[in-house]
Design a protein around this ligand. Structure first.
Ligand code: PLP
Length: 383
């Protein structure tokens, strides 16, 4: 069974056909605007929502908006994706990698506090698996340090922290709609701007550095090149495919949650017997069930279980070679200490297949195989 299967969205296909037949497919057209309006409503109307080509593009625009440059440091987890680090490295800044906390695998606020220096210009938070980081503590640290907080909410659509949607808590948030996410445009993303001061420049940076959006609204007589920007707007075809899914967000999230809940209930026995740790969703977090991952007792055990599951036809996988230990991380970044949790937990993590409306029989097959293979290869201990 695959790790991921993307069932085609019938409404999405119809919308793509309509877009091709009825519009001129210009960027920032009807479909993109529809996505922006729907996403803005889902996110409780932040200062601005811009559909972009990817979450990576949203993170790059964030780094540009914050004016981060050479000599600046940005604190971020090493247990994360390359995009966040690239966004700041491409501006000449240095990622400073801080450790995570067990359970959620999100940034440990104490580690962030310890990593602050006079050069710190921003804090970047990843909400792993659609479960929020400890935002109360992290926002307090950012405020005390006088630096903005950027949310890498790539995995966060439909998830919330104390009732507030992920991506809307920091100065800026970045969401992904790539092919692996709960909602997909094939490739796509959104930049969420929560600090109104940044909203106009964000729009300009997305549109080749021109004030074309203001021109389109009749606010200026001609559009001109005003900032060093990018062509980062979402493709209209991608936006057309995505828009109906935004309407279905609740149902899609509920479908994933059913699978997530079944896994969680089924693996309680493994946890009770000290063979695996299940993911933690703190009470203040509403998860979107993006990922289900167990933490096994050792790296060797994970290697054996992964291979055994493959024999059973189950494509489980690992997640994130820590950025600080990857070649580009060593070249461009700096680890704030040895990051023991990141190193240890990333070596033991086992991600299970999970997709929207995964059939019951597939879920049952994964549960049986994991239960059997973990017990077969595990050595009891406190995970
Ligand atoms: C945490 C995280 N950040 C960034 C990205 C990059 O998103 P995109 O592929 O939309 O650029 C991903 C996933 O692809 C991710 O999981």
């Amino acid at each position: 069974m695959p790790f991921l299967r993307a069932e085609p969205s019938a409404a999405g296909l119809a919308a793509v056909e309509r877009a091709v037949r009825e519009t001129d497919l210009k960027a920032r057209g009807a479909a993109t605007q529809r996505c922006e309006q729907r996403l803005s409503a889902l996110l409780d109307r932040p200062a601005a929502v811009l559909m972009v080509q990817s979450c990576t593009a949203a993170l790059e625009l964030s780094a540009m908006l914050l004016g981060v440059g050479p000599g600046d440091e940005v604190i971020m987890p090493s247990f994360g994706f390359a995009s966040a680090a690239n966004a700041f490295v491409l501006r000449g800044a240095t990622p400073v990698f801080a450790d995570i906390a067990p359970g959620t695998l999100n940034l440990d606020p104490a580690a962030v506090r310890a990593a602050l220096t006079p050069q710190t210009r921003a804090i970047l938070v990843v909400h792993y698996a659609g479960v929020a980081a400890d935002m109360e503590a992290l926002l307090r640290i950012a405020a005390e340090a006088g630096v903005p907080l950027v949310e890498d909410a790539a995995q966060g659509i439909g998830a919330a922290y104390r009732g507030r949607p992920l991506g809307t808590l920091g100065a800026l948030g970045a969401i992904s709609f790539d092919a692996t996410k709960n909602l997909t445009a094939g490739s796509g993303g959104a930049l969420i701007i929560n600090d109104p001061v940044l909203a106009q420049d964000a729009e300009t940076l997305r549109d080749y550095g021109t004030d074309r959006a203001r021109f389109a609204r009749g606010e200026v007589a001609r559009y001109r090149w005003v900032l060093a920007g990018k062509n980062a707007a979402m493709n209209e075809l991608a936006a057309a495919y995505l828009a109906p899914q935004l309407d279905d967000l609740q149902a899609i999230t509920a479908g994933r949650r059913r699978t997530w809940d079944r896994y969680h209930a089924a693996f309680a026995g493994l946890e009770r017997d000290g063979l695996a740790a299940r993911p933690l969703v703190p009470a203040e977090c509403a998860s979107n069930a993006h990922i289900y991952a167990l933490v096994l007792n050792s790296a060797a055990e994970r290697t054996r279980v992964l291979a055994a599951l493959r024999e059973d036809g189950v494509e489980a996988t690992f997640h994130y070679v820590p950025l600080h230990s990857a070649p580009a991380g060593e070249q461009f970044g700096r680890a704030d200490g040895p990051l023991p949790q990141t190193t240890d937990l990333s070596a033991r993590l086992l991600r299970l297949p999970l997709w929207n409306d995964m059939p019951d029989a597939d879920v049952a097959h994964v549960i049986d195989a994991v239960e059997h293979r973990v017990r077969e290869h595990a050595t009891p201990g406190a995970p």
